[in-house]
Design a protein around this ligand. Structure first.
Ligand code: ATP
Length: 443
């Protein structure tokens, strides 16, 4: 995988990937039966496994492997004061323009991508209105009445509740500063122009960590978390040519440092994660808006202070899309055929092992093997069609290993293990099969 050049990667065609995703049930338009709903996507049987594996790996690395991070799962509909305190209600907006001719709506800062106007004769130029600010928060009403008092917001980012839950979680977990709170969940933004498949959606998932520390130590923790997050993406297989770190040139007034981790998509370098040193802005704002004391006491120095925050915010869907782009390859085989293969890292591959009896007559022992393997891994059983075609289907799904039970297997108690990437095959004794697969899946 690492031997492919950056040029080869960025030449992955989005339309081919999108079509594979729909055909194989990774990701497809939500409400497609009714023509789809722009900016919303559904993950099918393979997609949900991929996304769950990615989230589980993040949770493992960020929460479970650390003594100093706690997890939460907060409500999506949030108290409106949360977003007043954070500034979202007033400022979370993008400048928007309309074309008077074709009636399409664009982000004023992305007009280079607007393309020609289909509705103006003699010129292909749009007839834009002056820019207006458009708030991206999705609103809803809670309870029976639909007046202003009942307005609530679907969270625009998952971190809002981490700040409002800070005091409760710290007390309940008996954590001392520095420590972090992590959450994975849905976020909603009424994006003006959703595009590039799932890259810019109106409903998406984030995996966020807010790490609370002494205001004097944010620079140190910022470096620490930046390093951790780069390491995570390297583990996903994103090498030097696919992942870069770009510092922000302009910072929010309260922020001390910020970087974007960018992936080279077929549509260019784009952010998949942000790492931010947010200073004491968040807890100070929530303390002010709630009139509650969110400061902490350092028992050794007797100093009382409002903790500062280092944030890491990964887009789960964007990272899943990066994984798919990075994995997708079309290969010319020696026999002249072309195979499509998803070279996903085993840790996130939706199906780890496929068990394929060479003939339906061998179903019984093959099903027994699949049943055994299923106890440890997501295992797929397929007995229909010729073996070459079944291998191709697993290549397209990104399944790292196929186990084939053939007519000799009964007698010699061995099966063939086929490797997705090299397509090499190896005879493996049945008693050692699980150990063999465990070792290869981990490497
Ligand atoms: P962008 O500038 O691309 O709109 P952002 O800087 O507003 O993104 P953040 O608010 O920092 O994004 O959100 C953190 C992460 O959440 C992003 O790095 C991205 O991976 C993800 N994210 C943000 N907006 C969307 C979206 N509309 N669709 C999918 N993922 C998103």
């Amino acid at each position: 995988m690492a031997s492919e050049s950056a040029e080869a990667r960025s030449s992955v065609r989005m339309d081919e990937l999108v079509s594979l995703c729909a055909r194989r049930g990774f990701i497809f338009q939500s409400g497609e039966l009714y023509g789809g709903i722009n900016g919303f996507w559904d993950y099918g049987p393979l997609g949900v496994e991929l996304k769950n594996n990615l989230k589980a790996l993040w949770w493992q690395r960020v929460v479970r492997e650390r003594d100093d991070v706690e997890g939460i799962d907060s409500a999506i509909v949030t108290h409106p004061r949360t977003w007043e305190a954070s500034g979202h209600v007033q400022h979370f907006s993008d400048p928007m323009v309309d074309c008077r001719a074709c009636k399409k709506r664009f982000r004023a800062d992305q007009l280079a991508d607007a393309g020609p106007c289909p509705a103006r004769e003699g010129t292909s130029e749009h007839d834009f209105t002056p820019p207006r600010e458009f708030n991206l928060m999705l609103k809803t009403f809670v309870g029976a009445s639909e007046d202003a008092a009942a307005v609530a917001y679907l969270r625009a980012e998952t971190c809002g509740s981490i700040f409002t839950d800070f005091k409760r979680v710290r007390e309940a977990s008996r954590q001392k500063i520095p420590f972090g709170i992590a959450q994975i969940g849905k976020a909603f933004r009424n994006e003006i122009n959703p595009r590039n498949f799932t890259f810019r959606s109106r409903e998406f998932e984030q995996a966020e960590l807010e790490f609370f520390c002494h205001p004097k130590s944010t620079a140190e923790w910022f470096e620490h978390w930046k390093g951790e997050r780069i390491r995570f993406h390297r583990e996903l297989g994103f090498g030097e040519h696919q992942l870069r770190v770009i510092p922000h040139t302009t910072l929010a007034h309260y922020a001390n440092a910020a970087v974007d981790l960018e992936f080279l998509f077929p549509f260019g370098w784009q952010e998949i994660e942000g790492v931010h040193d947010r200073g004491t802005f968040d807890l100070s704002q929530h303390a002010q808006f709630s009139s509650k004391d969110l400061s902490v006491l350092d028992e050794e120095t007797r100093e009382r202070f409002v903790p500062a925050v280092v944030e890491t915010s990964m887009g789960v869907d964007r990272t899943a899309l990066a994984l798919l782009c990075n994995a997708y390859a079309e290969e010319k085989l020696e026999d002249g055929e072309t195979r499509t293969v998803l070279r996903l890292p085993a840790s996130v591959a939706p199906i780890k092992i496929a068990v394929l009896p060479l003939s339906k007559k061998l179903a019984e022992p093959a099903l027994r093997i699949a049943g055994e393997l299923r106890k440890s891994w997501n295992t797929f059983y397929d007995e229909a069609g010729n073996i070459g075609r079944r291998y191709r289907r697993q290549d397209e799904a990104g399944t790292p290993f196929c186990v084939t039970f053939d007519f000799e297997s009964e007698a010699d108690q061995q099966v063939t293990v086929r490797d997705r990437d090299s397509m090499t095959q190896q005879r493996v004794p049945l008693p050692g099969l699980a150990a063999h697969l465990r070792e290869r899946l981990a490497s």
